[in-house]
Design a binder for this molecule. Structure first.
Ligand SMILES: Cc1cc2nc3c(=O)[nH]c(=O)nc-3n(C[C@H](O)[C@H](O)[C@H](O)COP(=O)(O)OP(=O)(O)OC[C@H]3O[C@@H](n4cnc5c(N)ncnc54)[C@H](O)[C@@H]3O)c2cc1C
Length: 265
């Protein structure tokens, strides 16, 4: 097995039942390619995938901001705090650090002169829990880790005969699911289809159809529910109504968690 580190793939071309994976000034030829290049990569742009062409909307123009902090917070608790057009989670990670991470709209940032600090002060601090965490914690990073143009829109599962895996196949909203587990699950499904193809038990078409079928069976409903809940959250009015309505019914909360998180590996 060869692993090429620090190597960016520039293109993947399918011709005469074979792929050419192109990187730097070189290329590798192979029979099957699995695309596990995350939520938004140069290949998505190069191939003009449908989700890239979508106009900014409710499900595709998010930014993520992450800090590691030292703070006084129970190590066995995961909290999620709401703010206008977003939510912020806090949970214990390695050592004595906590991960403080939020998702919000690009619009929120734009309205605050594209300044993360300004946005936090003007919007996140309106939630007293967040104000307390942000003003009383020690921030470990000089600057937060940020990502933009996050899209929760539907994605194609096969593109140019490449089987898409993990976030490249579709991203669950962080509020609703465990994307890392989904990435592992989808690679298992792909592996089972690929091995049958390589053993000549099925054709390429069958491999692609089977992958699509199994992926949808496992994730489609989950992603749909996730998108629905995501649309509700962050809007102050609908979020408050939703939480007020659902709080007295823990069985409903469990039902939503089950519908979005799937079974353990
Ligand atoms: C704000 C936020 C919070 C989240 N919180 C959680 C959480 O608490 N728990 C959880 O389970 N999940 C969470 N997720 C989701 C989780 O991060 C992803 O679902 C998961 O990392 C997907 O794994 P992946 O392997 O598909 O993609 P990635 O982890 O993104 O890996 C893709 C890799 O491919 C590389 N790559 C891209 N293009 C190329 C190229 N052309 N050539 C070579 N390499 C390339 C990238 O550099 C990257 O290293 C969160 C996501 C966001 C946005």
């Amino acid at each position: 097995m060869h692993i090429l580190e620090e190597t960016k793939v520039n293109d993947i071309i399918f011709k005469d039942e074979n792929f050419s994976i192109q990187y730097k000034n070189d290329a590798i030829n192979c029979k099957v390619v699995a695309g596990c290049f995350g939520k938004r990569s140069n290949l998505d742009v190069k191939w003009s995938r449908n989700f890239i062409k979508k106009k900014p909307g409710k499900l595709n123009n998010y930014i993520g901001v992450k800090y590691h902090i030292k703070t006084s917070f129970p190590f066995d608790k995961i909290a999620l705090h709401n703010f206008k057009n977003g939510y912020c989670g806090i949970s214990k990670v390695e050592g004595d650090a906590y991960c403080l991470c939020y998702l919000t709209t690009a619009q929120n940032l734009k309205q605050n002169n594209n300044s993360i600090k300004e946005m936090e002060k003007n919007i996140l601090y309106k939630n007293p829990f967040l104000k307390k965490i942000f003003s009383e914690s020690e921030f470990i990073f000089q600057e937060p880790v940020t990502i933009s143009q996050i899209s929760f829109n539907k994605k194609s599962l096969i593109e140019n005969h490449v089987l898409m895996i993990g976030d490249a196949a579709g991203m669950i909203t962080p509020l609703c699911g465990n994307g890392m587990s989904m990435a592992l699950h989808s690679s298992k499904i792909a592996f089972e289809c690929i091995i049958s193809f390589l053993n000549k038990n099925i054709t390429r078409d069958q491999m692609e159809n089977e992958y699509e079928h199994q992926w949808k069976k496992k994730f489609q409903k989950r992603l749909r529910t996730g998108r629905m809940v995501q649309k509700l959250f962050g809007k102050e009015f609908s979020t408050n109504i939703f939480i007020r309505f659902i709080k007295p019914f823990p069985f409903l909360i469990n039902k939503i968690i089950k519908a979005t998180h799937g079974k353990e590996f």
